[in-house]
Design a protein around this ligand. Structure first.
Ligand code: GDD
Ligand code: MN
Length: 380
């Protein structure tokens, strides 16, 4: 059976902690769930990786709880270790935590439950939420953490109380297609910034400083952090600009489409008049010809000008023309039905009803042709 929950545990020189934490996790597995722990070790000189492997060997029951150790050749940092673990994770749900008992395994079932029950993408264990706290840190370390948090909140517009948390659970699917910089410690921050419309829930907990071994957070980590935030800031700006460009493009295309539509009315009128007066045609025939003329000119103008499609190969153009004519007819029917409904059922005055109906038909025609005839994304 495949694991449903994968717990990623990055380690560097954690020989005094790794066995104990793996054991404590085993004592607090989420109910009725198959769990795999993935230890990502950066070739720790103190043999952490081997200790983890031996511990798993010593277990009698190896189905409900498995332990995989990824032994990396060199030290590449915390975020990169976590990403490496995620790549190997079999579970749909991923939990990330430290190996030094700062993150209580007792909280894992709660994180997983919260993720399953609410429709949330990420559940974060927070030190700074009401009810959360930090135990055992020096004032200096607390200050560094607080300042880092404020920088993220103000600089990147983050709402969560603890975007620096190293303890969180998420649905693996949400990171599909995301390109991580994976600098330093800040993998969660990067997820919050880069995942579109991400939903996040926080649960308070008490972080307790490690009893054994040393923290690996130093000046280098702080510099990396500043670098990472700068990069994320520029990323956010770029995304914003992309969004603005998209709206400008959308509006300008809609404007072209409507101008073409207006020109079509003129062409329709002129050709109909021309055919009846100078060619002496029956007026219904003239009207039909007028409609065909205007659909045709609308089509070519929209293809060339509105949607900037310069590919006029016969087959492609014919198919597009067919779709365009089809949507135009549907648009006409929608317009007719709407006028009838507005005037007859809702007693709207005819001129107002006509404007509403024409606008609705024109707009829906625009969207339909954008998407299906000219194969563009609706929003671009
Ligand atoms: N594989 C690997 N490679 N693991 C690493 C590396 C590395 O280069 N550096 C650190 N780790 C592991 C540690 O062994 C530990 O399990 C975990 O990552 C956290 O490292 P600590 O050195 O204990 O970090 P900390 O306690 O100072 O920082 C904690 O709080 C920060 C927020 O203030 C962590 O939870 C951070 O994730 C968190 O951002
Ligand atoms: Mn720690």
């Amino acid at each position: 059976m495949n694991a449903e929950v994968s717990i990623i545990i990055p380690t560097y020189n954690e020989s005094e902690n790794i066995k104990g934490i793996l054991h404590l996790i085993k004592e607090h597995l989420p109910k009725n769930t198959i769990v795999e722990a993935i230890v990502v070790d950066d070739n720790s000189p103190d043999g952490t990786g081997k200790i983890a492997e031996d511990y798993f060997e010593s277990l009698k029951e190896k189905t409900r709880y498995t332990i995989n150790v990824i032994n990396r050749k060199t030290r590449e940092g915390l975020s990169s270790a976590i990403l490496n673990g995620i790549q190997q994770a079999k579970g749909k749900i991923v939990v990330v935590m430290d190996s030094d008992f700062s993150h209580p395994p007792q909280l894992i079932p709660k994180l997983v439950d919260a993720l399953k029950q609410s429709k949330t993408d990420i559940v974060v264990a927070s030190r700074y939420l009401n009810g959360g706290s930090i135990h055992g840190w020096s004032i200096k370390r607390k200050m560094i953490s607080k300042i880092a948090t404020i920088i993220a909140k103000k600089g990147l517009g983050i709402k969560e109380s603890d975007p620096m948390s190293g303890f969180f659970a998420f649905n693996k699917d949400i990171i599909k297609g995301i390109n991580f910089d994976a600098i330093g410690y800040k993998i969660l921050l990067e997820m919050i910034v880069k995942i579109k419309d991400v939903s996040i829930k926080e649960i308070p907990y008490t972080f307790s400083d490690r009893e054994n071994g040393k923290s690996k957070l130093g000046t280098k980590t702080i510099l990396e952090y500043i670098h990472a935030v700068g990069k994320l800031y520029r990323y956010g700006k770029k995304e914003q600009q992309k969004e603005i460009r998209s709206s400008v493009r959308f509006v300008s295309k809609a404007a072209r489409f409507f101008s073409v539509g207006a020109s079509g009315l003129g062409i329709n009128y002129l050709t109909s008049i021309l055919f009846t007066s100078s060619l002496d045609m029956w007026y219904l025939h003239a009207t039909i010809l007028g409609i065909m003329f205007s659909i045709t000119s609308n089509f070519f103008l929209n293809k060339y000008w509105t949607f900037e499609d310069r590919d006029f190969t016969a087959k492609r153009t014919a198919i597009q023309y067919g779709k365009f004519a089809g949507f135009s007819s549907i648009g006409a029917l929608v317009q007719l039905g709407m006028v009838y409904y507005l005037v007859d059922d809702l007693s709207v005055s005819y001129p107002v009803a006509l404007v509403l109906a024409v606008a609705t038909a024109a707009f829906s025609n625009f969207i339909l042709n954008k998407k299906w005839t000219f194969k563009e994304k609706v929003w671009s």
